[in-house]
Design a protein around this ligand. Structure first.
Ligand code: SF4
Length: 382
């Protein structure tokens, strides 16, 4: 296998700007990353198991894929690079903390079909794929991404017939996986099916602008242009750090906005990635310059093997309050937490989130059934 610098230097500009070339040349295992120099000695020293066993176990449990583009954003001289922490597998993913869950936000409890999650009456999630252009190490669906496979041809008709049967359902949110991993031809068929099923608002949750902006091709832009009015399209992207706002990203965002698409951003509060008000302020200002609206800041979910990404709720509140003093109100995303096991989303600084009797315990009131749910903060330090 070639070294990473050889791959980058030998790529022609046409190849580099081709999303399929990026995927073909992506790192797909810890071994690839080691060969390319992205798993460093610092990480190796932390290992509790022999290196080979670690690689095998981690690769078996969680998918790995990182495009050369996203790898090129890593500062290899910075052992604490925030891009690296999001992308490169780490031994800590094999550690389990009591209270962590394999289905942290309770998708399964609200799933009438393998492609659907219907939690709120007027909107539902539709998963057209469980493939991503990069597997983020903190992802709350990392277990699903590893295990589930969608056969679009076979599964979509039943999912569409469910959507048609639900009178209150107005909005579909394409999630997964990254829906823009589908070819434009498949997306076109999907858009047609959703329009025929009576969907009037379509949201796409995609990290392509961050991890593979080369996917924003002219045929994709044409598709968005065509369906903008019928499906009231919106893109929810997922930048976590200002270092992700590259020239490629800026160009792709500009092209997307020219189709009339509205773009919002959701970030996750991640320890040693963006857990300071300064980084979050810089991110919001950078997004605003591109024309992207900061929308949500998610508290890290209780996903298995993600303790090394978790901040306590107390820390999150301190950071969020400090953010208020640093930037204008319209640049501040809503700081939200998902109630485990499917209770829905609540704003951390609202009355729906209150301290419990014991240190590190919280009570979250669900917006769905208005019941109180106990929540244990796994990162709480007394
Ligand atoms: S792109 Fe989204 S769904 Fe895919 S791994 Fe990252 S956070 Fe998870």
């Amino acid at each position: 296998m070639n070294s990473f610098s050889t791959i980058v230097s030998e790529a022609t500009s046409t190849q580099w700007n081709d999303w399929r070339w990026q995927l073909k040349n992506a790192a797909r295992s810890v071994e690839d990353l080691k060969t390319w120099g992205f798993v460093d000695r610092l990480a190796s020293q932390d290992l509790l198991t022999p290196q080979a066993l670690f690689n095998q176990k981690l690769t078996e449990r969680y998918k790995t894929l990182i495009t050369p583009y996203y790898l090129s954003l890593i500062d290899q001289n910075d052992p604490l690079c925030p891009i690296k922490k999001q992308a490169i597998p780490h031994l800590d993913e094999l550690l389990e903390t009591q209270g962590e869950l394999t289905d942290p936000i309770g998708d399964q409890a609200h799933s009438p079909h393998p492609m659907l999650v219907h939690r709120y009456p007027d909107r539902a999630l539709l998963f057209p794929t469980f493939e991503c252009p990069m597997y983020c190490r903190y992802c709350f669906r990392k277990e699903t991404l590893n295990e589930s496979k969608i056969k679009l041809h076979q599964d979509l008709p039943k999912a569409l017939s469910y959507i048609r049967s639900q009178e209150q359902l107005e909005e579909i949110i394409l999630s997964g996986g990254d829906p823009l991993m589908l070819s434009t031809a498949k997306l076109t068929k999907l858009f047609i099916g959703l329009k025929q099923a009576g969907v009037s608002r379509l949201r796409m949750h995609s990290r392509m602008l961050v991890t593979l902006p080369q996917r924003i091709t002219s045929d994709l832009l044409q598709l968005f242009n065509e369906y903008q009015e019928d499906l009231n399209l919106k893109l929810i992207t997922h930048f976590n750090h200002p270092q992700e706002l590259s020239p490629e990203t800026k160009k792709a965002t500009k092209a997307l906005l020219s189709t009339g698409l509205r773009i919002f951003n959701q970030s996750v509060l991640l320890k040693d990635v963006n857990n300071t008000p300064q980084i979050l302020a810089q991110l919001s200002k950078g997004l605003d310059q591109l024309g992207i609206t900061p929308y949500y800041l998610h508290h890290t979910d209780l996903t298995r093997g993600t303790q090394h990404f978790r901040c306590s709720i107390d820390e999150g509140i301190r950071i969020y309050q400090a953010l208020r003093g640093q930037i204008s109100g319209y640049l501040i995303p809503r700081y939200v937490i998902e109630i485990p096991r499917g209770g829905g989303k609540v704003e951390v600084t609202s009355h729906a989130v209150r301290k419990g009797k014991q240190e590190g315990e919280w009570i979250l009131t669900s917006p769905l059934d208005f019941k109180d749910y106990d929540y244990k903060d796994l990162a709480h330090k007394s």
